[in-house]
Ligand binder design. Structure first.
Ligand code: FES
Ligand SMILES: [Fe+2]
Length: 449
């Protein structure tokens, strides 16, 4: 053993060569999240821990039992979740008002109550201290001490929590409409991304990575252009109802999608003269497209899901909603810490029969989960998590959706407090506008309507 270790060290270039600390102690981890502090940069005014005056998905209700409370960090705040007397899931700030212990490390000795692990302060679902075990039944703490409550509501098996101050807004304002539809089947998945929530959200509006980052994903191989055409102009967007950033339709602005088209068709490969080569480098992907394109065409022919406009595109407080014709896809980036995001996925269908329901469940469990979350989203994740917010950017016309999204968050979000005073028009916005001018495109960044 000793010999093997010595050999490894010698052959490996003791003490590990230049590779081991190539990126310092950070290694291959996400770089630290540092926010710029500059009135000329909207990124300075985006709350690193998320927008608080909103409802957020927390966890599946079935993960909260009767005996043990559950702890969960959301927007930098620790919550304790447990079942109240009525069986509904309640949330308190995971902080015992007596001396600060985690309530989630305690127990639910009696149905509907959570007891602190330290001195046995016992709270009900409204946060009222109903017993203080270590002081006995005559404790004067009872009725005086109160834990902080976060209103909750369980819909389609998902617990939603109001993270804001004061009275919550109607939950219908923040939670997608299908959660209130009897016939909708909403399936979910939870994952973690080690990056800031806004970096994750900006990625969803980043129109030009599709053909590049996802060149080998199954979703993109289904069509030869990967759903999003390459263009130096990019999509044009609008801010809808102060809550969403949405793409303008084809034809709303001439020359965006059709820029490289030849006879009305976008070639699969484009020639890049400065490197003297084609991208993509190979044509073998077309083989896949030939197999899958007919299915794809059939899927697109099916009637489109009717969805209110404000519920499509990037939407406050941090989700993206894509209408995929046969299903509705939602990815909600829930901030946990400034450099950690819980990606909550909702996959919604409206099966009409029981076998349709079984089919949808199987498709999600066996194929789509993998296809969306691992095969597709992880490609984004690997690319975007190295984005460093603290440095300046050099933006192009195709960055218009990202710039509009920042405008939405810093100007239109509920309860947004501007920590930094932001310039009338930031350099980022000017850059996108200048790029548009060079290309002869009209339209403002994130046109409001
Ligand atoms: S810290 Fe919770 S009861 Fe004392
Ligand atoms: Fe992507």
């Amino acid at each position: 053993m000793g010999l093997r270790r010595t050999l490894t060290k010698v052959l490996g270039g003791y003490p590990g060569g230049w590779r081991k600390y190539a990126r310092g102690s950070q290694g291959s981890e996400t770089p630290p999240f540092v926010q710029p502090n500059n009135r000329d940069d909207r990124r300075s005014a985006i709350p690193a821990l998320g927008l608080r005056q909103y409802w957020y998905p927390a966890l599946p209700a079935r993960d909260v039992g009767w005996r043990k409370p559950v702890g969960l960090r959301l927007l930098g705040t620790d919550l304790v979740l447990f079942r109240g007397k009525d069986g509904e899931i309640k949330a308190l700030w995971d902080y015992c008002p007596h001396r600060g212990a985690y309530l989630s490390w305690g127990d639910c000795f009696w149905k509907g109550y959570v007891s602190c692990p330290y001195h046995g302060a016992t709270f009900d679902g409204t946060g009222e201290c109903v017993e203080f075990i270590t002081e006995g039944p005559d404790s004067k703490m009872v009725g005086r001490m109160k834990a902080r409550v976060h209103p909750t509501r369980t819909l389609k098996g998902i617990v939603f929590v109001w993270m804001g101050e004061g009275e919550p807004v109607p939950i219908e304002d923040d939670v997608p409409p299908e959660f209130f539809q009897k016939k909708a089947l909403v399936q979910s998945a939870f994952r973690y991304w080690k990056c800031n929530w806004m970096i994750a959200l900006e990625n969803t509006g980043d129109a030009h990575n599709m053909f590049y980052v996802h060149r080998d994903s199954f979703r993109q191989l289904r069509t030869r252009t990967g759903g999003r055409p390459r263009t130096p102009v990019g999509y044009r967007v609008k801010i809808v109802d102060n809550v969403a950033v949405q793409r303008l339709n084809k034809g709303d602005l001439k020359g965006t999608e059709g820029h490289y088209e030849v006879n009305g068709k976008l070639p699969q490969q484009l020639y890049h003269p400065r490197v003297g080569a084609y991208w993509p480098k190979h044509r073998w992907r077309l083989l896949w497209s030939w197999i899958f394109e007919p299915f794809e065409r059939r899927r697109l022919r099916k009637p489109r899901i009717q969805n209110p406009e404000r519920w499509e595109g990037q939407r406050l407080p941090g989700m993206v909603r894509n209408n995929h014709h046969t299903h509705m896809y939602t990815r909600w980036g829930v901030p946990v810490e400034s450099n950690l995001t819980r990606a909550v996925y909702f996959y919604t269908t409206w099966p009409r029969t029981w076998w349709g329901q079984i089919y949808d469940r199987l498709a999600f469990a066996l194929v789509l989960k993998w296809m969306y979350f691992f095969n597709f989203s992880d490609q984004d994740y690997d690319a975007m998590r190295s984005v460093r917010y603290q440095y300046p950017e050099f933006l192009s016309s195709t960055d218009n959706p990202v710039v509009a999204l920042r405008k939405l968050v810093t100007e239109h979000a509920r309860g947004i407090k501007r920590e930094a005073e932001i310039a009338e028009e930031t350099t980022a916005e000017q850059m996108v506008r200048e790029a548009d001018r060079l290309l002869g495109v009209s339209g403002e960044v994130g046109t409001q309507r």
